[in-house]
Write a protein that binds this ligand. Structure first.
Ligand SMILES: O=C(O)CCC(=O)C(=O)O
Ligand SMILES: [Fe+2]
Length: 294
């Protein structure tokens, strides 16, 4: 948003999408922006998740939905047998280890290279003001788009009867936005900070995976255009089974603290059903700061 010659506020692409009156993410250093950032930080510290309701103007809900429906045919569909740690199912694990519990992953991702530059979610993902706001919310000096040509921005499609089962994200900074709600079910469920970089807390994870950990689970009913900031590397989470006939669509915006992040060949093939030369070239070069599984 910039000042026009007559002093009126002139919208650019970001201003047309985002409710800048409520969330003035473009006004770096302003008290109004600071107060949004402070709120998100407090919520992330308390339970690893913050939701900015109506971040994209509610009047654009139909556009978000239509763009998602145009993209959905490009999703890679497969029902895959997985565990919560996304490690191979034949990994040797001791009896009782929650990684031995196998689930069906039925969600399908549309990869970034299928999402046009003009789509609302691509406009947001690539906007430096949006990225800077996200970095501030996560208390990081800067965040970067993934170098991964497929995984940086995705549309997550969960069809009727399917779910995106319990898992952790590879990334510490997950930002997402519902673009189409299901008729029923399809709730985002999460276990705030159930693990830390130092401790996996397998007992509680096993309780959640076997249905006995309901006291550890929070549930979110999201509306199109709500922005969700989430620390998915430490909070086990899932999308519960979708009911009714309408698939659930979410945009997933993935950023990293370091430039150049590219997914592993195995993970990329699992998620997208294909691998690009960039993934092969990067194999073996990735490094991470903790020793958590996945
Ligand atoms: O679609 C969602 O709301 C969550 C998706 C998710 O957890 C993921 O893509 O890792
Ligand atoms: Fe996730």
């Amino acid at each position: 948003m910039t000042e026009g010659r007559g002093g009126e506020r002139v919208s650019d692409d970001l201003g047309q999408l985002v409710d800048l009156d409520r969330y003035p993410i473009d006004e770096t250093g302003s008290a109004a922006r600071e107060s949004v950032v402070d709120r998100v930080r407090a919520e992330l510290a308390a339970d690893g998740c913050s939701v900015l309701r109506g971040f994209v103007r509610p009047s654009l809900g139909a556009r978000l939905r239509a763009e998602g429906n145009d993209l959905a045919p490009f999703a890679y569909h497969t029902v895959e047998r997985v565990n919560a740690y996304n490690i191979p199912l034949d990994t040797e694990l001791p009896a009782g280890h929650p990684g031995r519990i196998v689930m069906d992953r039925g969600n399908a991702f549309v990869a970034r290279d299928r999402i046009p530059a003009g789509a609302s979610i691509q406009v947001l993902y690539t906007d430096s003001r949006f990225r800077g706001f996200v970095a501030d919310c996560f208390g990081r000096p800067a965040l970067y788009e993934y170098a991964d040509p497929l995984a940086g921005l995705c549309l997550n499609v969960v069809g009727p009867g399917l779910s995106h089962p319990w898992h952790y994200d590879t990334n510490e900074f997950t930002v997402s936005m519902l673009t189409q709600p299901p008729e029923d079910g399809g709730l985002f469920e999460y276990c705030p900070n159930i693990r830390t970089p130092e401790a996996e807390n397998f007992d509680d994870v096993r309780a959640v995976l076997t249905g006995g950990g309901d006291h550890l689970v929070r549930r979110l009913a999201l509306r199109p255009g709500d922005l969700q900031l989430f620390r998915g590397r430490f909070s086990l989470h899932r999308v519960s089974p979708v009911a009714g006939n309408t698939p659930r669509h979410t945009a997933i915006f993935a950023y990293s603290e370091h430039p150049g992040v590219i997914g592993s060949v195995e993970r990329t093939r699992q998620l997208f059903g294909r691998v690009l030369p960039d993934h092969v070239a990067a194999a073996g070069r990735s490094a991470r700061g903790d020793r958590l599984l996945d």
